[in-house]
Design a protein around this ligand. Sequence first.
Ligand code: CTP
Length: 409
Amino acid sequence: MNLSGELKQLLSSEFVSALEIISQKADDFGVRVFIIGGVVRDLLLGKNIYDVDLVVEGNAIEFCKFIEAENCCNIERISPDFGTAKITLKQFKNLSLDFASTRTEKYPKKGHLPVVDKIGCTLLEDIKRRDFSVNALALSINKNDFGLLIDYTDGVKDIEKKELKILHDNSFIDDPTRIIRGLRFAYKLDFKLEKNTQILQKEYLQHFNNNDICYERIKQVVKLAFSLNSTELYNEFINSKIYKLITAAPFLKDGFCIKKAVEKNKKLIPNENIWLVYLSCCINLEDTEKLNLNSKELSIFKELNRLKHNKVKINSNYDIYNQFNNVPMESIVAYLAITQDNSAQIYIDNLMNITPAINGNDLIELGFERGRIIGQVIEKIKEEKINGNIKNKEDEFLLAKKIMSEFYN
Ligand code: CTP
């Protein structure tokens, strides 16, 4: 199969020209260069491509140095340990290309970051270390076979069957993040796990040992998965027991309420934080320890925990206001999803932006002395405004005068 037509159709013309330059240079240097991984999958699925991963069968750094010596590119970054390089072509300054060397990997510690075993192996060996057959396709960009598809693992058939198939029985043991990657791809591509992959995933989830998990990596893939803001994905995470990778017992078992709460308040949560709402609806504060969250992320869990456990008696809107004031929006939305407590939505819709129109200078002009009293009066005015007892600036002045007469007499 040759995909040069698809390449020209789904890549920008700049990208195609860049690949043609690389193609010529690959022939000049005498190496085989391929587009690899998810890009080839997406090309076959007819998706537009905005970025390509390239692999050099051999040493990518030496190849990039050759192109640089030919005055064609600038090397932006190299990582000798991984045999990777990032370049920009002089002709297309805004377009960067990532090159990897073909490599084999070893897992000295099960489930943890692999180490490079050999740089410059055959393409086939490089393909074998990958996660799913649909991500193990390569596309030659050498001149004589530009666009030729190389499919060692029946990836094309699996794309047609809409199946995610791991390449060997130890795949999840080596790298359990692939379970969550699989979940994400299944949802994103509308694919299903192939039968044996399903069985191996189930077995892994029944028997794995916590020491064989790198939680730092799990956090990264959970983030990508939950960022899709999908009820179906969350429910599959629960139903297939993938949650066991991060918690013994998930808190919320149905993602419907999470999506509903997120959608209703989407403008208030940055897209990059949506995953935290899902995660905080799923795991407890104690579970966060192993995930190595940063302090901002952790505060979302801490505040949610406080909301869940320190139930305060609510007698007025001001009580609602105080319950949620200064709490991160992600915690409030997660609390709403978990408890369905409408006071959270009342706070968001009606209370959180209420502030007195009157300010400290107004109070001083009225005759208040500088000091703590100013803040106290403003707070009292805010309370009455939140409770709906005063409506406008005039009311606020009347109340301020009333307080002043009581305070100074
Ligand atoms: N890969 C892998 N195992 C992992 C992560 C990545 O084998 N745990 C390989 C796969 O071949 C994958 C490629 O590295 O296709 C690139 O990974 P990544 O950029 O994370 O994913 P893509 O497949 O490109 O998919 P997408 O960009 O849609 O997330």
